[in-house]
Design a protein around this ligand. Structure first.
Ligand code: ADP
Length: 613
């Protein structure tokens, strides 16, 4: 991408250089031509004006020689040239009209060219007595034509335009009247920096010019022919002729160009010319091409500058566009990368999600399985408990029942034998046995848990007393001893008496189990009143609860006792009961050995005594 744009930039640069070259070469040629055309148009206008001015100037004087030739004084003089008074009159007349017409000189010649009267008869350089027969204007007039000629005066050394006319007397040509017009005032209006106006004779020699140093210089080479022709008419009297230092004359696009040496360097002129046949000369306007060429160069430079500016602008725009494109490309890639990353993340998330869903489903299934297993276990536990209970009950009831049957049989026999006193003794034993069975049945009923029952004020000493009665047979069996310490003041707690009793039965039974067969078989039941609570502790002197299982002994069906001995329900039920009371049941091992079960219950006020259970 970079290499391509670089190559493109180089190509563009080369193309620009080529365009600049084309503009420099062809543009310059084109502009030069256009400006030269403009200059030519200006030159033609100048030329037209100059020609018109010259023509106007000349035409004013053209008919005058013929008029003068017809004048009586001139006629009389030519008819009688030797007459002094006629000469004097003619001279006066010529001087007078010369002053009026503002011409240079007016003079009269006889056939042969001899001047007999002149307007400057009284001037130091008078024409009177001079012979001008070599002048074409004389030669034309003597042949009967109107003569015209321009030349440098041989006597006056002043340039002028000569008009001549024959003097006819009785139809015969007897003399010539010449009228010379000063041309210098016309030249004076030709001064300009931009152009030069020149008038050249048929030989190419400059006769009139705004630049005096150009006078009598040949625009064309001064060949011997030309010099000879000029010498005959003595057009330039004795003035030295030279060639104008034309370095080069050329034609360019139908325009005539001329390089003329000036003081320091050559100047180039554009030449436009118009021949004035009636006057016998050619008027040329030489326009300095400097300004046209400078304008052309300025235009080309301006065009090049514009091109440069356009190229610069183009480069700036191109660069900005390239930068913009690059930025957009970067943004696009960044966006694509982002989108790709988002897609990847989404895919990852989706897979994690499905994984999670799978796990959740699996966990649910496991949970279901667990719950089912738990239910099965509970069911099994319940059945086992029922079995054990049944075994215990049948054992507890069968023995007294068998005894009752035996005592009843014996009593009947003793009554038959009239041994009433012994029979009564047997009946008393039967009564004692039924009492015992009733007591067992009552205790069994007390095991039933009623979690939703209302709580009330419970006298702790009563509950403890009942408990000890219930577990009495167990303590006896284990040969354990309970040492009571319920404090001095009677303690009351917020609880349900039967359920609290059930808890204490469980804990004391466990303690009895723990100490059975050991040397120290004492169990300490202590109760104390704390701030708002009553704390009951049951400490035995057994092996204590091993650390590893202390966290699990409150779980349902957790038991370390052998099959048929423990259900693992006692502590679980107890824990839940105490929780129902809003209290807590914890276990720890005594530092001197043995487990310590601690029950904490809210202390109850005697005044808010409520009937409980
Ligand atoms: P069970 O007595 O039927 O085993 P429990 O829930 O009453 O069920 O007791 C759970 C377990 O807690 C017992 O198996 C025993 O390991 C432990 N345990 C309870 N009381 C004590 C105690 N005083 N000393 C040592 N271990 C005890």
């Amino acid at each position: 991408m970079r290499a391509v744009s670089k190559a493109r930039a180089i190509l563009l640069g080369l193309a620009l250089l080529a365009i600049a070259g084309v503009i420099a070469v062809f543009g310059n040629a084109f502009a030069t031509r256009a400006y030269l055309d403009q200059a030519a148009t200006r030159g033609e206008t100048t030329l037209r004006l100059a020609v018109a001015a010259l023509r106007g100037h000349m035409s004013r004087f053209e008919p005058l020689p013929a008029l003068i030739a017809d004048h009586d004084d001139i006629q009389a003089l030519v008819a009688d040239p030797a007459n002094v008074s006629l000469r004097a009159r003619a001279n006066t007349y010529l001087k007078e009209i010369n002053g009026l017409l503002k011409s240079s000189d007016i003079y009269v010649m006889l056939t042969g060219g001899f001047t007999i009267a002149a307007s400057n008869y009284d001037a130091p350089l008078s024409f009177v007595g001079e012979n001008f027969n070599y002048r074409p204007y004389y030669q034309d007039a003597i042949k009967g034509k109107q003569g015209r000629f321009f030349a440098l005066g041989t006597t006056s050394l002043k340039r002028g335009y000569y008009f001549s006319s024959p003097v006819r007397i009785d139809g015969k040509i007897r003399g010539v009247v010449v009228f010379k017009v000063d041309i210098e005032p016309i030249e004076a209006s030709w001064k300009s920096d931009e152009y030069e106006i020149v008038v050249t004779d048929p030989e190419g020699i400059i006769f009139m010019s705004g630049r005096p140093e150009w006078l009598y210089s040949g625009l064309l080479p001064l060949t011997p022919d030309r010099l000879a022709r000029t010498a005959i008419s003595r057009r330039y009297a004795d003035a030295p002729l030279r060639e104008l230092p034309v370095v080069r004359a050329s034609f360019q696009n139908a325009r005539q160009l001329m390089n003329i040496e000036a003081e320091k360097s050559a100047r180039e002129y554009l030449v436009v010319e118009e021949p004035m046949t009636e006057a016998g000369w050619t008027v040329s306007v030489l326009l300095d091409t400097n300004s046209a060429r400078a304008q052309a160069i300025t235009s080309v430079l301006a065009a090049l500058l514009l091109l440069g500016l356009a190229a610069l602008l183009g480069a700036v725009v191109f660069q900005r566009r390239a930068r913009l494109a690059e930025r957009m490309e970067l943004q696009r890639t960044a966006r694509e990368q982002l989108e790709q990353r988002v897609e990847e993340r989404t895919a990852d998330l989706a897979s994690v999600n499905s994984q999670l869903e799978l796990e959740v489903t699996e966990r649910r299934a496991t949970e279901l399985q667990l719950r089912k297993t738990q239910d099965d276990l509970i069911q099994a536990g319940k059945l086992a408990a029922l079995g054990q209970m049944s075994a215990a009950l049948s054992h507890e009831f069968n023995q007294p029942l068998a005894a009752v049957k035996t005592y009843a049989d014996n009593a009947a026999i003793l009554i038959d034998r009239k041994r009433i006193a012994e029979a009564r003794d047997n009946v008393a034993r039967i009564l004692a046995l039924t009492d015992r069975m009733a007591s067992i049945s009552r205790h069994l009923r007390n095991f039933a848990r009623k979690p939703n029952e209302r709580l009330g004020l419970v006298h702790l000493d009563e509950v403890v007393h009942d408990t000890l009665e219930i577990v009495g047979w167990r303590l006896t069996a284990a040969d354990a001893e309970v040492i009571l310490d319920l404090g001095v003041e009677p303690l009351t707690v917020r609880a349900g008496s039967v359920r609290l009793q059930q808890v204490l039965v469980n804990i004391i039974s466990n303690a009895a189990d723990a100490v059975e067969g050991l040397t120290d078989r004492t169990i300490e039941l202590t109760a104390r009143h704390n701030a708002d609570t009553v704390e009951i502790t049951v400490r035995d002197h057994g092996p204590g609860v091993p650390e590893a299982i202390s966290g699990r002994i409150f779980d349902p069906f957790f038991s370390t006792k052998g099959v048929g001995k423990g259900l693992g329900l006692g502590l679980s039920i107890s824990y839940n009961i105490i929780k129902d009371f809003g209290g807590s049941l914890t276990v720890e091992n005594h530092s001197d050995g043995g487990a310590v079960f601690r029950i904490e219950l809210a202390a109850a006020n005697a005044l808010t005594h409520e009937a409980a259970e």
